[in-house]
Design a protein around this ligand. Structure first.
Ligand code: NDP
Length: 453
């Protein structure tokens, strides 16, 4: 007789990936349970993309007021009321958490507001010691910010904490040069905090297109971020006024706060995974195949805990592909190729495909690139420049990479991403009539390559 289980699927983790997988599996007829130890919505909704983007919006208003003045409006910026914004932002997060809970309950997913760990390939143990059995277990526990191993670092902020500050500091040191460091440097600078940023490498946003990285760092500096490249913290100590920091460039200064944006680690600690036989990688990530299946056939994992491409929409896709594979009899590998993404730096960065540097390693290329002051910013007297760039394969003429640094670049790259994913050639871009007058029209009007390699 076939073994019976409490559920067809037990999902551990109620973030974007876990909730989507639970809902879609339930809609496909599976009996599903989900456990979440913190808040529903996970990193994206509670301590990531959503509150971050709301803070980006808030931080851009001083610039809009200056622009409005340049366009003839008699307006004054006034001051920023952090407590009022903070409370409203958390009200919105509460609302969204409610939406996530409702999605689960209305689809018949049983939820446990509890930590859960894997006991064996078909059993999950809840924090109260109770156990539940399931034919399949899906681990979607995400990741968590890490601080460097430095005395005093435990008192500094991470991105998790910034959303809960009672008041904004007068000054802050942001450490790191990745997505989170660069986004928060811009946000806090816009909100009136004196921002210093230390990045240990030669240029921020390692791995992305060099020309785009260069323009973003120039613009960040021009907007007031005191960016120090090739610099790291050597020592830090908490003082009455904040943190006294000794830097690798020989300087010593006090900052109101220090924020580490030095990467994130998969949440696999004390999850019982190794005891259940699940293989982890060097960084603690769960190793999975293209169907998100671990080496233990009944256990799958999706999202940041697998440390593949750590983005919300990717976790969601991995969740959908898992359900197709396991519950709909349609084995579906996850397509991680040509993922468009936006980094909400100021200026914003939208990118899809290969950087010029990576493409050059792959095959001969032509590079089309233009950088200019857009109409609205130029009229307002801003020095801001935007960049539009296409990296094109010399032989096939396929667009291998598209990189945009501009206001609204995230919106633009979503659409350009479709063309690049479809395999569009430079000539396909050229055949498309420009939308005038826009910034984005430049992406279809670049006639000659600026260089070939
Ligand atoms: P990243 O891995 O992107 O960046 C970490 C940064 O910290 C790097 O600049 C790294 O330097 C630096 N660093 C690491 N260790 C140390 C150390 N000991 N001392 C000093 N510097 C250090 O991580 P993030 O935390 O910024 O973001 C995590 C992921 O979250 C991103 O990769 C992205 O996938 C996702 N994300 C996506 C967003 C979006 O879609 N807009 C927004 C935010 C996050 P080095 O380059 O030298 O290694």
């Amino acid at each position: 007789m076939a073994k019976t289980f409490d559920y067809d699927l037990f999902v551990i983790g109620g973030g974007s990936g876990g909730v989507r997988a639970a809902r879609v599996a339930a809609q496909a007829g599976a009996s599903v349970a989900l456990a979440e130890e913190s808040r529903y919505g996970g990193t994206c909704v509670i301590r990531g993309c959503v509150p971050k983007k709301l803070m980006v919006f808030a931080s851009e208003y001083p610039g809009y007021v200056e622009d409005a003045q340049a366009f003839g409006w008699k307006v004054e910026a006034g001051s920023f009321d952090w407590p009022a914004f903070h409370d409203k932002m958390h009200g919105e997060l509460d609302r969204l958490e409610g939406v996530y809970r409702k999605i689960l309950s209305s689809n018949g997913v049983e939820t446990f507001d509890s930590r859960a760990r894997v006991k064996d390939p078909h059993t999950v143990e809840l924090a109260d010691g109770g156990t539940k059995s399931a034919k399949h277990i899906l681990v979607a526990t995400g990741g968590w910010p890490v601080r460097p191993d430095l005395p005093g670092a435990e008192h500094a902020l991470t991105s998790n904490d910034v959303f809960h500050l009672k008041e904004l500091p007068k000054s802050i040191l942001v450490v790191g040069g990745g997505y989170i460091a660069c986004e928060f440097a811009g946000i806090l600078n816009g909100l009136g905090v004196e921002v210093t940023q230390f990045y240990r490498g030669a240029q921020i946003l390692r791995g992305f297109d060099s020309e785009a990285r260069g323009l973003i760092s120039e613009e960040m500096i021009q907007r007031g971020v005191d960016l120090h490249l090739g610099t790291n913290i050597l020592e830090m100590a908490e003082t009455e006024d904040g943190f006294r920091v000794k830097a690798s460039n020989g300087t010593e200064r006090t900052f109101g706060q220090v924020m580490f944006a030095t990467g994130r680690s998969p949440n696999t600690g004390n999850m019982g995974l190794e005891d259940a036989g699940v293989k982890l990688g060097r960084r603690g990530e769960i190793l999975v195949d293209e169907y998100s299946q671990t080496n233990v056939p009944s256990i799958y994992a999706i999202g940041d805990v697998t440390d593949r491409v750590n983005l919300t929409p990717v976790a969601i896709r991995e969740g959908m592909a898992f359900v197709e594979t396991v519950f709909k009899g349609n084995p579906t590998p996850v397509d991680h190729d040509l993922i468009p993404t936006a980094i909400f730096t100021q200026p914003e960065f939208g990118t899809v495909g290969l950087s010029e540097e990576a493409a050059r390693e792959q095959e001969p290329i032509d590079v089309y690139c233009t950088s200019f002051r857009p109409m609205q910013e130029a009229f307002a007297g801003r020095a801001d420049r935007v960049l539009m760039k296409l990296v094109v394969a010399k032989e096939s003429r396929r667009v291998l990479g598209c990189h945009i640094v501009a206001p609204g670049a995230g919106e633009m790259i979503q659409l350009a991403g479709i063309a690049v994913k479809m395999g569009a050639t430079k000539e396909d871009f050229d055949r498309t009539v420009a939308v005038h007058p826009t910034m984005a029209e430049e992406i279809v009007t670049m006639a000659e390559p600026i260089r070939s390699a």
